[in-house]
Design a binder for this molecule. Sequence first.
Ligand code: IMP
Length: 425
Amino acid sequence: MSTLVIVGAQWGDEGKGKIVDFLTEKCDYVVRFQGGCNAGHTVVVGDEKYVLHLIPSGILHKGKKCIIGNGVVLDPSGLLKEIDTLLSKGVEIDNSLYIAKHCHLIMPYHIAIEEQAEKKKKIGTTKKGIGPCYTDKIARNGVRAVDLLYPEILRNKIKVNLEIINFLLKNLYDAKELEEEKIFEQYMDYSEKLKKYIFDTDILINKAIDSGKNVLFEGAQGTLLDIDHGTYPYVTSSNTIAGGACTGTGVSPIKIDKILGIVKAYTTRVGEGPFPTEIKDSLGEEIRKKGGEYGATTGRPRRCGWLDFVGLRHALRVNGFTGIAITKLDILDGMDKIKVCVGYKYGNTILEEFPKEIEILQNCIPIYEELPGWSEKTAGIRDYEKLPRNAQKYLQFIEDSLNVKIQIISTGQKRDEIIIKETPL
Ligand code: IMP
């Protein structure tokens, strides 16, 4: 039996989907534990490209159980669209997909409020209603998946919530109010379509672990977007770090065996917020084009930059990685020199640790070391020894600086474009 948590070590988009998809082969259960359809995991199987937002990418493997945990905020309309797309491509859903009774539902009013709030204070959210849905959860006003099974409870919650929401929409934002009946009808329709998937998933997952199954916990976004440990307020509204796998599923920390951090060979960020190693010249644009760095959910261009060891050391500490995977190494092929940030300069002070103060982080100047690049292709290489010497040196530098084992290296988009140095499970 083995349990493995997979999380992003940067600002998301590290290429977790491919690694999860690859490791799912060895697992019986794949569980999402936070976030919602703000995430976008791209997986290429043969000639087919899948972009998954809510359903764990394990669904692409026959016979695996895929669970949407209680820590997720679920937009039923997005989920149904995803189910339809997968069904049209011949992917089996029934007997594979399970939704936690106690996961919270994104309601139309969450999206409406976020659209207005973003006009006043720009975080650069995905506008999927994620923040307002978690706000309702914490304020104890949330609508949960289980409410879809009890129409009167559902109706009452919509009614009570709309009293406040419509007041805000009308009086604060001068925007159109929402209709209670319309939302209720819409959610009763979702109820018909989704009720067969709604379960006590905490019991299901714990039974699976206790009976010796392999369980993989799939994180979304990345450590620096964590609501507590990220670059607050430019973060998402959930705990993206490994600890979120416990609260977001109902599994005890003592049942987690391994934690794999996914590190992209360079850094990207989408949305607003500080990004000390951002490359602002044409090289940034070059990496963006070569790496296809455009949001899988919103299509927004991602900001690109060098690897940042200050941020990565922080990620290592708050997650406790037992190993890491390096992704998109091939995007650095052909670069003359590669920079890595080993510390920050703030005024006359050298910072070795990631500052909590956003104002300090915004004004940090990265201290770089330069490593030689490689002209040969790493794309598609499956054997570590076949990597160019300088690519190996780059990887060794990462291992030594972070003092953590690189277990996997991804060298392309396809399933088999991967080097396994050591199995994380
Ligand atoms: P929200 O999650 O939509 O509330 O957005 C909050 C911040 O998280 C914004 O900067 C988004 O761009 C960022 N974000 C949310 N989901 C992802 C993701 O899957 N990858 C990268 N950034 C994300």
